[in-house]
Design a protein around this ligand. Structure first.
Ligand code: SAH
Length: 294
């Protein structure tokens, strides 16, 4: 069973200097790909540490690390409505999460978003890419100036490349799912490539894969990068994605930190609500990702 994390404190309360990292933040988790990653090392002078003594800096880093892990846990263990509510109530949560997230992935030997920037830059210029759960929209920031069309979505828009949307609810792009009794690829799509780079987060993530199918052209590419340790059974994950109307083209499990999966959209039969309910309830095929401190 999934336990719900404690609610996050309002921003004003968090700035209270008497606050201390919770005991929970010090918990050691048994298995994680982040054994070697230290969350409490300096997050950088630019992140609000100017003018603090080294003891204050160290305390701030501990608090930032604990906050990051708490937000991370909420994002993975609740559904996207809860995540969206949390970020809309306190947009600082989004930037705090991203400071911690960037800190984590920068210590990886390579990271998936750089891989996608490089591989997608070789696609024809007319390619339309949808980056679902884009974070800082690194793909758009690199490829839009080269003339490509990248449509980037995240819960909060923190720069001009990003459209705010819950990708597990409705991605604001055209596309239909086809009619009852028909096998089809739907109609109206404009997107050639959908990317999920470490962004299958809420417990209702399968709905975002359904959205990917709805907005993708037939034969379009679906690219998924996820933290390797999140897959308890990679084959079951691939089967679930396939049941939504995709065919696996390639998988790359060589990287120690993340797994890359490439699918293509195929036509599928119209599915009843019961069938959808069964497919969409399988969010536990991906384990939450735990970032730990040493
Ligand atoms: N793709 C980026 C960011 C990964 S962090 C990269 O690889 O660098 C995961 C991102 O997914 C976060 O920015 C988070 O806000 C976003 N995300 C998770 N669930 C989402 C949802 N339901 N709707 C929109 N964005 C979501």
């Amino acid at each position: 069973m999934i336990s719900h994390p404690m609610p996050l404190k309002p921003a004003a309360e968090r700035r209270d200097s008497s606050a201390r990292p919770t005991k929970k933040a010090k918990t050691k988790h048994e298995s994680s790909p982040f054994e070697e990653i230290q969350i409490d090392e300096p997050l950088g002078e630019a992140e609000g540490s100017a003018g603090l003594t080294s003891l204050q800096k160290s305390m701030k880093q501990s608090l930032d690390g604990a906050r990051f892990r708490l937000i991370n846990e909420t994002l993975y263990k609740t559904d996207s409505h809860e995540a969206q509510r949390m970020m809309q109530e306190d947009p600082a949560v989004f930037s705090e999460y991203h400071i911690g997230f960037r800190h984590q992935v920068q210590s990886w030997p390579t990271n998936p978003v750089d891989h996608y920037v490089s591989s997608l830059s070789k696609y024809p210029l007319k390619t339309v890419i949808a980056d679902l759960g884009c974070g800082d929209a690194a793909i758009a920031q690199n490829l839009v100036p080269k003339g490509m069309s990248v449509l980037s979505f995240d819960l909060i828009s923190n720069n001009s490349f990003v459209v705010a949307a819950d990708i597990c609810n409705r991605v604001p792009l055209p596309g239909g799912e086809g009619k009852e009794g028909e096998k089809s690829g739907g109609t109206g799509q404009v997107v050639d490539v959908v990317v999920f780079s470490l962004s299958l987060m809420g417990t209702n993530w399968p709905t975002s894969v359904r959205e990917a199918w709805r907005i993708l052209k037939l034969d379009g590419d679906l690219k998924i990068a996820e933290v390797a340790s999140r897959f308890s059974e990679l084959d079951s994950f691939v089967s679930l994605v396939s049941s939504i109307g995709f065919k696996l083209k390639s998988k790359d499990t060589h990287n120690t930190h993340f797994t890359l999966l490439d699918f293509k959209k195929v036509a599928r039969k119209f599915m009843t609500t019961d069938k959808w309910d069964s497919i969409l309830s399988k969010g536990d095929l991906l384990k939450p990702c735990e970032y730990k401190r040493r």
